[in-house]
Design a protein around this ligand. Structure first.
Ligand SMILES: Cc1cc2nc3c(=O)[nH]c(=O)nc-3n(C[C@H](O)[C@H](O)[C@H](O)COP(=O)(O)OP(=O)(O)OC[C@H]3O[C@@H](n4cnc5c(N)ncnc54)[C@H](O)[C@@H]3O)c2cc1C
Length: 496
């Protein structure tokens, strides 16, 4: 099956140049060689033009929040791709920028020597800007391919204001896309092998060696990125991602609905870091989940029956439906927002009602406030909040339920909601391995009212924004192990 047109976006108006030597796949977000529409599209071009394929996977040293934690995770993924590409009919070129700016000009140089550029269409962080800049300067066609989720991002022009509205839309529109699947291994296709690299590439921008990739943490520590953020709990790469996913599917999915919100249980999948860096494909997950559930498309319900309700549409077990509601409805809702709303990361993108109520309460007295350093260092009076922040600092993750509480307390303890937003974005994106993602902005802006409704009674500071307290959370959840594990004494030796 060919890559569906709904996944392909021309990023400039140029034509392919078949007099050049190779097709370039510039891998920026879907950092994997399996179930990847971008790679598949690049192979299609190779077959059409009878040209070899160069896959460039690079990591820059100068993006905001670049750290040893993020770099080592990415490099571990590059190591997996390097191993998976060995002996195949492609040339895989891993590039680790040794210092800010030293990679400048590399992609532009390649665009001048290739027939066509295929790259990843990711709607968030600096990537859309980078794609625009390269597309503007490229003499050949640049195609951006959407391998983000089950629903192609550009299928709809609507920005969905709630998960409910998006779920209703999915229930009326997704069925047709579920039969479309990127090839598991598109490198089976016969394409010519590259005989030599463009001359200046290895000389000006030498590829990372196998040793650099195998020793990801040591390599990352050599790069001038933030060294105060050291590796978290997760090892990057498709190999680990698929292992974690299958373990979850077999051992924990059946308890997902009861355990997901319990910090003392390992109840959720923990897969967001690999999903964020594209080490794992949602299509692969969906296919394996469907097999696990002995599911067939004729089990799908209709929106007329289910009317946007969380369960009942997929025709799977209630645990699988609950998981899909997070993985598809909530996850792709963020992609919907980022791909359509330019200022998705700005305070002004909040719904009108939320901005108004926060404004009305802007001068409420804040009995307790903390500055950025106190919050970053988990130095508040609230042991539960500190434990959650300590988990983020040491492991690069935070339990899902506590993420919500974490944000609500930052709102309560900040002088203004704008300051709270800035603090959340900085802490989340600096320390969370899954940060800088459309879901980072969904979650953080949810704290301030996005995707939510007005709640009563109206409270100080929050106004009509949904309110959460540590006391209520502690009453509802099993937390004793969590509080011990992330207490100041336990994490002291692990802080950097
Ligand atoms: C303040 C705040 C900040 C957040 N920051 C991020 C972030 O930086 N990156 C990130 O991926 N998610 C973020 N989230 C959303 C959510 O908390 C995480 O996706 C989830 O905790 C990841 O854990 P998991 O992989 O075990 O999820 P699971 O429960 O196993 O869910 C599977 C997948 O579904 C998606 N998902 C689950 N819950 C949500 C949700 N509420 N919204 C959107 N997608 C969801 C994720 O891709 C997740 O990996 C944030 C939420 C809040 C409240």
């Amino acid at each position: 099956m060919k890559v569906p047109v709904s996944r392909i976006r021309a990023a400039n108006t140029n034509s392919p140049d078949s007099s050049q030597d190779f097709v370039l796949y510039w891998m920026t977000s879907f950092r994997r060689l399996q179930f990847n529409y971008s790679l598949q599209r690049a192979v299609e071009w190779c077959r059409e033009l009878n040209k070899p394929l160069l896959v460039l996977e690079a990591v820059r040293a100068d993006y905001e929040w670049a750290s040893v934690r993020l770099h080592s995770f990415i490099i571990q993924g590059m190591h997996d791709n390097f191993s998976a590409a060995a002996g195949r009919n492609i040339t895989y070129y891993p590039y680790i920028e040794p210092s800010p700016g030293s990679g400048s000009g590399m992609v532009e140089y390649l665009t001048r020597h290739c027939c066509v550029v295929v790259t990843d269409d990711y709607p968030c962080f600096f990537l859309p800007r980078m794609l625009k800049a390269v597309s503007r300067r490229s003499p050949v066609l640049v195609e951006a391919i959407d391998s983000n989720g089950l629903l192609p991002m550009h299928t709809t022009g609507t920005v969905f204001p709630t998960a409910y509205a998006f779920r209703r839309y999915l229930q009326s529109s997704l069925a047709g896309f579920l039969s479309e699947m990127p090839q598991e291994n598109c490198l089976k296709e016969v394409i010519p092998l590259m005989q030599r690299l463009p001359e200046d590439l290895p000389r000006r921008w030498p590829a990372a060696s196998q040793a650099d990739l195998s020793n990801a943490v040591t390599t990352a520590r050599r790069i001038p990125v933030d060294r105060s953020v050291q590796p978290g709990w997760a090892t990057g790469g498709s190999h680990e991602a698929v292992k974690q996913w299958r373990r979850f599917l077999i051992d924990r999915l059946s308890h997902y609905p009861e355990h997901r919100n319990q910090p003392d249980e390992n109840g959720s999948s923990g897969l967001s870091p690999w999903l964020h860096f594209g080490h794992l494909s949602v299509h692969q997950m969906f296919r394996e989940l469907a097999d696990h559930e002995h599911w067939a498309p004729d089990r799908l319900g209709s929106v007329r029956q289910t009317r946007g309700s969380r369960e009942g549409w997929w025709g799977m077990s209630s645990a699988a439906e609950s998981f899909l509601d997070e993985l598809v409805t909530w996850r792709e809702l963020g992609f919907n927002m980022c791909s359509k709303v330019k200022n998705y990361d700005q305070y002004e993108s909040l719904p009108e009602w939320a901005q108004q109520t926060l404004h009305e309460h802007a001068s409420d007295i804040r009995p307790v406030t903390y500055d950025f350093e106190q919050l970053q260092n988990a130095a508040t009076h609230d042991p539960l909040w500190n434990a959650a922040q300590n988990q983020l600092l040491t492991e690069g993750r935070m339990h899902n339920y506590l993420r919500m509480l974490w944000g609500k307390k930052i709102l309560q303890w900040s002088h203004t909601p704008q300051q709270a937003l800035k603090t959340m974005i900085t802490l989340n994106n600096r320390f969370a391995t899954d940060g800088r993602d459309p879901n980072s902005y969904s979650g953080i802006f949810w704290v301030l009212g996005r995707y939510d409704r007005a709640w009563g009674p109206e409270r100080t500071i929050f106004g009509k924004i949904r309110y959460m307290t540590s006391e209520n959370t502690a009453r509802k959840l099993h937390l004793s192990e969590y509080l011990k594990r992330y207490s100041p004494e336990k994490v002291r030796g692990r802080l950097f």
